[in-house]
Design a protein around this ligand. Structure first.
Ligand SMILES: C[S@@+](CC[C@H](N)C(=O)[O-])C[C@H]1O[C@@H](n2cnc3c(N)ncnc32)[C@H](O)[C@@H]1O
Length: 293
């Protein structure tokens, strides 16, 4: 049905956008015109969305139209935009994404920002960072791109996610400064190594929250999202298994689930961290925890 409506051979850029916007609007997509433009730009393989409007009466090739029809029907069926176009911007950098990785979220930029601020204040010229559950590599790559003294060890239990993360490290020319390790949290990390910074955006969705997550989030790897009944499984494990790898003056930086902040703070204090600070996101919700011993 969708393909029939959009699939006119007569389609100019403007007409394709108009019809696709109405299909996406009917499917409940919040910014239908914007997303239609992104999909058409990708289907036509244009370097910039604005180029669509240079020649609005242009008729895209048959192959481009076919790609566009496919994209629009997948989006209308609830597939996340980032998976369809294979890319998501994070910390002003484009990241490859596939269905094997969590789509990087703007809120995680606060975590990266806080880490970079702390790293900038260090006097050492060799800063060793451990990123646990690296996914697309968005945190590891952003830290390495923005601080030339940073070396990262980035772990993930998903081999498929690490394939994506390595591509992103190569794309942003920091592959020689990031070592990717496929393991359960830090199981394969040499216990003698001490890191200046241990950072993680761990899975943190509780069982109750998981039942209510939007259908788009259900398309993301469950491995990246679900964290046991109380959502604290990975915080507990990171504190037990990874905090011994932190140097005595090092920083632990964790993304927070706003609904479990007090419980996580309690766990972090119990693990022997005396200095704790929680930073809010743009909506005032506590989303980043920083801790020192
Ligand atoms: C919430 S996602 C974060 C991904 C990415 N760092 C980000 O900020 O978008 C959590 C990541 O942890 C990984 N993960 C889940 N269980 C793990 C485990 N036991 N050991 C290592 N990584 C794990 C998942 O595969 C996923 O990539």
């Amino acid at each position: 049905m969708v393909l029939e409506v959009v699939g006119s051979d007569e389609g100019t850029v403007l007409r394709l956008l108009r019809v696709a916007s109405s299909v996406l609007a009917r499917a409940g997509i919040e910014q239908p015109r914007f997303e239609a433009e992104i999909l058409l730009r990708n289907a036509m393989r244009l370097p910039d969305r604005a180029l669509l409007y240079l020649e609005p009466q242009r008729k895209p090739s048959r192959a481009a139209r076919r790609r566009f029809f496919d994209f629009v029907s997948r989006r209308a069926a609830g597939e996340p935009l980032a998976y369809i176009i294979g890319e998501k911007e994070f910390f002003s950098l484009p990241f490859y994404v596939t269905k094997d990785v969590l789509i990087p979220r703007p809120v995680t930029e606060h975590l990266v920002e806080a880490c970079l601020r702390w790293l900038r204040r260090q006097e050492k010229r060799r800063l060793l960072v451990l990123d646990i559950g690296t996914g697309s590599g968005n945190i590891a790559v952003s830290l390495a791109v923005n601080n030339p003294y940073v070396r990262v060890v980035a772990t993930d239990i998903s081999h498929a996610a690490l394939v994506v993360a390595k591509r992103n490290a190569r794309r942003h020319r920091v592959a020689t400064r990031i070592r990717f390790v496929c393991c359960d949290l830090v199981a394969s990390i040499n216990p003698e190594i001490r890191f200046d910074l241990v950072v993680s955006n761990p899975p943190y969705v509780t069982a109750a929250e998981f039942n209510a997550v939007p259908k788009e989030v259900r398309r993301e790897p469950m491995l990246a999202v679900f964290a046991g009944d109380d959502g604290l499984l990975f915080y507990r494990r990171i504190l037990k298994e990874a905090s011994p790898l932190l140097s005595s003056d090092g920083l632990l930086a964790l993304e927070l689930n706003p609904n479990t902040v007090s419980a996580v703070k309690e766990l972090v204090s119990q693990a022997g961290f005396s200095y704790l600070m929680c930073l809010p996101d743009l909506y005032g919700q506590k989303r980043v925890l920083l801790a020192h011993r």
